[in-house]
Ligand binder design. Structure first.
Ligand code: FES
Ligand code: FES
Length: 162
């Protein structure tokens, strides 16, 4: 492992960290920068709990070495509402009361933000495909889809109360 100094831009603020080049961004955020909003789930790229945005794309911070994040714009849940899509989603998340235990929700909101940035009016199939990699042990999927639909200005769907 090689130590290095890495210049990151996190939620529009420049930050510099000295650490191992291979250290996953997840652990740089949580341990070195004391930003616990990004969650550790599987650590293997399977659950999406650690999702952050890298230049507007949803990435798994547990699989992204800090060296690969340097020089890119990183958005974490702490900065999600600075993006118009993130702000709308968080408002709808609150209105619909999406979370159950809450553990997966930061990753869900950031994946949804990336989805709406790329596709402002997604179909239900596109929402399901875009959110496919984010697992929720509490099965809040229907409320998540409803919140995304409302944030996108799409008609609410009755019967999706689960
Ligand atoms: S903790 Fe990164 S995908 Fe599960
Ligand atoms: S709300 Fe509990 S894991 Fe998704």
């Amino acid at each position: 492992m090689s130590q290095g100094k890495f210049a990151l831009t996190i939620n529009r603020k420049p930050v510099s960290v000295t650490t191992d080049a291979d250290k996953p961004l997840l652990w740089v955020l949580r341990e070195e920068l004391k930003m616990p909003g990004t969650k550790f789930g599987c650590g293997q790229g399977l659950c999406g709990a650690c999702t952050v945005l890298l230049d507007g794309q949803a990435v798994r911070s547990c699989q992204t070495p800090v060296s690969a994040a340097a020089g890119h714009k990183i958005t974490t849940i702490e900065g999600a509402t600075a993006l118009p899509q993130g702000a709308k989603l968080v408002a709808m998340w609150q209105e619909i009361d999406v979370p159950q235990c809450g553990y997966c929700q930061a990753g869900q909101i950031l994946s949804a933000t990336a989805l709406l940035m790329a596709n402002p009016k997604p179909s239900d199939e596109e929402i399901d495909a875009g959110m496919n990699g984010n697992l929720c042990r509490c099965a809040t999927y229907l409320r998540i889809r409803r919140a995304i639909r409302k944030a996108a200005g799409l008609a609410d769907v009755t019967g999706d109360a689960a």
